[in-house]
Design a binder for this molecule. Sequence first.
Ligand SMILES: [Zn+2]
Length: 199
Amino acid sequence: MISFNESQALELFRASGAYLDGHFLLTSGRHSSAYVEKFQVLQYPEHCARLCAAIADAFRDLKPDVVVGPAVGGIVLAYETARALGVRGIFLEREEGKLALRRGFEIGPTEKVLIVEDVVTTGTSVFEVLDALKREKHEGRILGVGYLVDRSGGDVDFGVGRQVPVMRLDLPTWDPASCPLCKESKPLTKRGSRKVPGA
Ligand SMILES: [Zn+2]
């Protein structure tokens, strides 16, 4: 039934300009030959729908009651995955630096929760979502985490239920001193800068 594989997902990312080849300076300070700009693919509703349908398909048998994601990427993903499942889609956003449910969003004590995310490298945002759901006693029953891209090399374990990426990307990164692209004098592009509020 699932007619969507990892190479098709990667093709959507490439065709929409969300997967870029080049020479990039990452926020970590390391260099990479590729960069993922997720909103380049999410700006196309039909691509977003296909990707989120793949997440929905991976969790439909567990019958989620609500899909939740961290703002900003998670807003779109939670909405679209929820639409595919016919359930509610809500999101967490920052309040005094911490992710929290706002806007009257609630998760009932018996509701089954599917967490969605875009790109997982270290998984920080998802771990923050898990903390927030526990802190606010809205943790309900967490079925697992569905996400678009696994850049962790499979190293991240959220420790809750099922963990399903739509695709895995093993992108090489290098310390600048040993970067082969620097040795070729290929121009360096700065990507992935995180804007600090108020900065
Ligand atoms: Zn380099």
